[in-house]
Design a protein around this ligand. Structure first.
Ligand SMILES: *Cc1c(COP(=O)(O)O)cnc(C)c1O
Length: 235
């Protein structure tokens, strides 16, 4: 567990350095610790070292962990593909849904959440058939439709770009996401300005920060390598 604290420090240093290098305030970048496949004890170790935001991909895992850690002021981000029939059961436990990827999911969220929730639209920026997220050309129409859903407060865009061996190779995807957000804001199609860009993971967070990321999602950099086969795709 000492390793988790040390790793967290390293990631915070990397965020700080990357921000300073491009003249940004390090505080403008939020760290979401991605805790899929990790134990409650591992999450607690990160929490004890000051980590508040955690991200989970699978409903069943999230429910187990959120319930065991209910007495802590952790803010859970849902970052995976969310099935509509699971919205009701996870809603009481999550503060953020960063992976809204369809009109029908948004409708269900709007119907089920007890109070307004911060959401991001997940964009399939690399246009990969295997990836979740909506294709870039469909974002303006979705965002327009979301204007009428009062329980959803759309704060920005999220993406998982195609896998690249070199962090530098992801730069154009990150840039595209930022430019998309700027275009949406200039066109004034949503009721409030989008301000958040959730992009960048363990290997490429520096490049993402240089391209304007306001939220990096880091798993292995904090918790170490994920053990293969432990992923419970129950949801
Ligand atoms: C697993 C995951 C991450 C973290 O990836 P690492 O490479 O372990 O930092 C970030 N975002 C999403 C959506 C993930 O599923």
């Amino acid at each position: 567990m000492i390793a988790i604290a040390k790793n967290l420090d390293k990631i915070r240093d990397r965020i700080c350095l990357a921000a300073k290098k491009c003249g940004r305030d390090p505080k403008s970048i939020e760290l979401v610790a991605v805790s899929k496949t990790r134990t409650v004890a591992e999450i607690k170790a990160a929490y004890d070292h000051g980590q508040i935001f955690f991200g989970e991909n699978y409903v069943q895992e999230l429910l187990q962990k959120a319930k065991s850690l209910e007495n802590l002021d952790i803010e859970w981000h849902f970052i995976g593909h969310l099935q509509r029939n699971k919205v009701k059961v996870v809603a009481p436990f999550i503060k953020h849904i960063d992976s809204v990827d369809s009109f029908r999911l948004a409708e269900e969220i709007n119907r089920r959440v007890p109070k307004a929730i911060n959401c991001m639209i997940e964009v399939n920026i690399g246009n990969e058939s295997s990836k979740s997220g909506i294709p870039e050309p469909e974002v303006p129409d979705l965002l327009t439709a979301l204007n009428s859903m009062e329980k959803l407060n759309i704060v920005g865009l999220m993406t998982i770009p195609p896998f690249e061996n070199e962090p530098e190779s992801s730069r154009h995807y990150f840039r595209n996401l930022r430019e998309l957000m700027n275009k949406l804001n200039s066109a004034n199609i949503y009721r409030s300005k989008l301000t958040e860009l959730s992009m960048g993971m363990t290997t490429d967070l520096e490049v993402a920060i240089e391209e304007g990321s306001t939220m990096v999602r880091v798993g292995t950099g904090i918790f170490g390598d994920r053990r293969v086969g432990v992923v419970s795709r129950i949801s």
